[in-house]
Design a protein around this ligand. Structure first.
Ligand code: GUN
Ligand code: FE
Length: 448
């Protein structure tokens, strides 16, 4: 079978939490719909034949030795609307940052021209950083939230977008909230229907997401209504959960439950739910989300600031919880998933136990905490595909051809050939700048 195009070159992708697969000089055949239909390796008997067929038709793109393909990254939690304040006020506590900085900014998106400028910029920026799929929070206002979804479609990113629901008068200022639970539910339903109609300019899709901001922002009436809407339309759900001591305590006082259990009471913990942050989940919460196949979006930069905490990723993963990776713009300051991957590894190493040498016997940290780059790479790719139930994150037959092509001769010292290919992947993950990313493709279409 001869398909639309093929790319011949070297590639890395994650097989599971620990293992990496390196494909040496593979031929990745992509069909008209942008899916990988076959991957041929040099050892395969049809390799030369297939190569010749594509060459004859002028459909074979051959990468050079200094180019390597990685799957596109999936940012599993990002506030597109907070992009203008990235890098601002992160020394404030979450509740002050929300009231003084974030809500005033988010209320500006009623101005659709402003929304258009910011949203184009954040989509382009994340694409340039190799993010081919993003799970976005927009704002409380419906029209600009629909615009964000349209722009993802137009600019070629696979976007999952939520109109933010925040109807609790005690927690949200009048200028930035839903006027009632009924209005919030009606607007969310309108948003879902509008987004379902959007066709990506390329072949990638955009998806509506039910998005209660977090429990303190929402009335119980609205949470109940949103649980029913998510079920009716079988759509994804995203929210913040167990993020800070303050939010955690608030939920406990209101519902006598931890955040995850309270969300579950309203039908908001499902296999299509992504909960952002979650460093303060407790044992029974973990059991619940593992059983429901709910995913955590890990934003290590944001956790360092707002939670003063490190997500015990390895411990949670060992209990069967799926964990993706995220920037959390602007709780995290960088739009780059490379930064998220690096910080996830660094933070986890700081959580690792050991004997404090200056105190001799005093043991710090917790056992078996440090994660590897392989683990973080898995979270940024394969775990996200599992979370979103989409064929993304691997470079295998049946997967969408979402790739970043990395130029390894730029910014990365290469005075000798690395001992093994995994060493090369680790150098790419730790040293690449956005200028290393030469080309980005979403569902086969070139977007950078
Ligand atoms: N909790 C509620 N809203 C937000 C938000 O916008 N960012 C973060 N990091 N946490 C939140
Ligand atoms: Fe967030």
């Amino acid at each position: 079978m001869l398909n639309n195009t093929a790319i011949q070159g070297n590639a890395f992708y994650s097989l599971d939490f620990d293992k990496i697969r390196y494909v040496n000089n593979g031929i990745f055949c992509v069909n008209d719909e942008g899916y990988i239909v076959e991957v041929y390796e040099e050892k395969d008997k049809d390799y030369d034949l297939i190569r010749l067929k594509y060459l004859k038709n002028g459909k074979l793109r051959i990468l050079s030795d200094s180019e390597v393909m990685l799957p596109g990254f999936v940012d599993l939690h990002i506030h597109a609307s907070q992009w203008p304040q990235a890098g601002t006020a992160l020394d404030k506590p979450l509740e002050t940052w929300l009231g003084e900085y974030t809500f005033p900014l988010e209320s500006k998106y009623k101005d659709l021209e402003f929304a258009n400028d910011v949203y184009r910029d954040i989509i382009s920026s994340t694409l340039r950083h190799g993010t081919t799929t993003a799970l976005y929070f927009a704002t409380v206002d419906t029209e600009p939230s629909i615009l964000l979804a349209r722009l993802c479609g137009e600019l070629g990113q696979r976007g999952l977008v939520g109109k933010v629901v925040m109807d609790e008068a005690k927690a949200n200022p009048e200028y930035c909230r839903d006027s009632s639970p009924e209005e919030a539910i009606n607007e969310t339903e309108k948003f879902i229907n509008e987004v379902l109609k959007i066709k990506g300019l390329y072949k990638q899709k955009v998806y509506p997401v039910v998005t209660p901001r977090f429990i303190p922002s929402c009335t119980s009436e609205v949470l109940e209504g949103l649980g029913m809407l998510a079920k009716k339309y079988d759509v994804h759900i995203q929210t913040h959960c167990s993020e800070s001591d303050w939010a955690h305590k608030f939920v406990k006082e209101k519902y006598g439950l931890n955040d995850a259990q309270a969300l579950d009471k309203f039908g908001l913990i499902t296999s299509k739910t992504v909960i952002a942050h979650a460093p303060f989940l407790e044992a029974d919460d973990l059991e619940l989300i593992a059983e429901k196949k709910t995913t955590i979006a890990h934003s290590p930069l944001s956790n360092a600031y707002f939670a003063n905490s490190v997500l015990p990723l390895k411990d949670f993963a060992s209990k069967g919880v799926n964990i993706g990776m995220a920037t959390d713009i602007s709780g995290g300051y960088s739009p780059s998933m490379y930064q998220a991957i690096r910080q996830a590894v660094i933070s986890s190493r700081m959580l690792q136990d050991g004997v404090n040498p200056s105190l001799q016997s005093d043991v710090r940290g917790r056992k078996d905490s440090s994660i590897t780059l392989n683990n973080a790479f898995y979270s940024a790719t394969v775990a996200a595909g599992i979370a979103l139930d989409l064929p993304i994150g691997k470079l295998e037959k049946g997967y969408s051809f979402d790739v970043q092509i990395i130029d390894i001769n730029n910014n990365i010292p290469r005075f000798y050939k690395e001992k093994n290919t995994e060493d090369l992947l680790h150098k790419i993950l730790l040293l690449s700048e956005s200028s290393n990313i030469k080309e980005v493709r979403v569902q086969g279409n070139r977007v950078k």
